[in-house]
Each structure stands twice: as C-alpha cells, then as structure tokens.
Design a protein around this ligand. Structure first.
Ligand code: ATP
Ligand code: MG
Length: 176
C-alpha cells in the first residue's frame, strides 16, 4: 500500500487541467475511482464533461458552476462566484471524506483562492483531512505558498508560447 500524494499543477502556461485529466485517464486503466470537482468553470462547455461520462462509474465529474448557469459569467457579482466556490468546498469535503475515491481532483481551486472566493485555510483543511491513501490533485495558477509547502508534488507550467498571443482563439478539443 503506497500512501496518497498531494499534487499541485500551477503556473501561467497551458496544461494544468489537461495534466490532471491525463493522470486520471492513466489511473482509470487500473480501475481507480476518481472524482473531479470543477470550482469556477462557469457556463462554458468542456469536452471532459462528456468524456468522463464514458468512463463512469469509475470517473465522476461534478461541475458545481453548472447549477448556477446564468449567474457565473464574468458580469455576475462576486457573491455569486463565492456561492459556487463555497458549494464546491462543501462537495469536495463530502467526496474526500466519503472514502469512495482513490483520486480527487479539485480543478481551478487555486484560482478560487486567488480571487478571494474561498480562503487558503479552507484548502489546507481539505488537504489535511484527506485519508492516507487518497491522491489529491489541485489545479490553477497562483497556488499559495502554504499549499505548495504542504504538497508532495508541485509542477509549474511555464508558458513559452501560446496561440492566444497570435490571436488564435480557443480550440475545441484542445482548449475546451
Ligand atoms: P488546460 O485546461 O488547457 O489544461 P489550464 O488548465 O492550464 O489549461 P486554465 O488557467 O485553467 O489553464 O485556463 C483554461 C483555458 O485558458 C484553456 O482554454 C486554456 O487553453 C486557456 N489558457 C491556458 N493558459 C493560457 C495562457 N497562458 N494564455 C491564454 N490562454 C490560456
Ligand atoms: Mg484549468
């Protein structure tokens, strides 16, 4: 029995959520049970919302923002974003404590902290409460020092180039 890791994908470059999904896909090959919770996805549709359905029941996706469609675009007030982030924390806690999963992914949680929607203390509490065997993945740029400190694996995505710089828009299947 190996003990679980706390894994952080942060940095400006593209690939943080993709890395978490890649890790999950690998683990699915060993019939690991995975839950991914999306913290601040808003009303966009992402391919992984459907691909994970194909991997059910092993891969469960919880798009918290989805229940709040209409209020979580950029123009909506901060309280609405806060509501989503706080609900995501509540669900994350439930999933982490359930003992049902081998891997829990908290997608974009670092942004939620950076935007002051939740506190870093909320995140540290989740990390500290996890059972020994659980692998916990946190994504999003601006990971706080305290989170980096407590994590076992931290990768910073470094942007060298991004098509966005050339004015190329987000691409289906690559970006969403
Ligand atoms: P991905 O989901 O593609 O792995 P990510 O998780 O690293 O990206 P996020 O900060 O969550 O990046 O942003 C999500 C969206 O923003 C994606 O469509 C992604 O392509 C785009 N994006 C990521 N990094 C950059 C960047 N440096 N410049 C412009 N757009 C970016
Ligand atoms: Mg992301």
């Amino acid at each position: 029995m190996s003990s679980g890791l706390t894994i952080v994908y942060t940095g400006k470059g593209k690939g943080k959520t993709t890395a978490a999904l890649g890790l999950a896909l690998r683990a699915t090959g060993y019939d690991k049970k995975i839950c991914m919770i999306q913290f601040i996805k808003g009303s966009w549709h992402y391919g992984e919302m459907d691909s994970t359905k194909k991997l059910e029941p092993g891969f469960e996706m919880v798009a918290v923002g989805k229940g709040f469609v209409g209020i979580i675009d950029d123009k909506s007030p901060k309280e609405d974003h806060e509501k989503v982030a706080k609900e995501a924390i509540r669900i994350s806690n439930e999933k982490i404590q359930s003992g049902k999963y081998d891997i829990v992914i908290l997608d974009e949680i670092n942004y939620a902290v950076n935007l002051d929607l939740i506190s870093v203390a909320d995140v540290l509490k989740l990390i500290k409460s996890k059972s020994d065997g659980l692998d916990l993945v946190l994504t999003g740029n601006y990971a706080k020092d305290e989170v980096i400190e407590i994590a076992d694996l931290v990768t910073e995505m470094k942007e060298i180039k991004h098509p966005f710089q050339k004015g190329i828009k987000a691409k289906k299947g690559i970006d969403f």
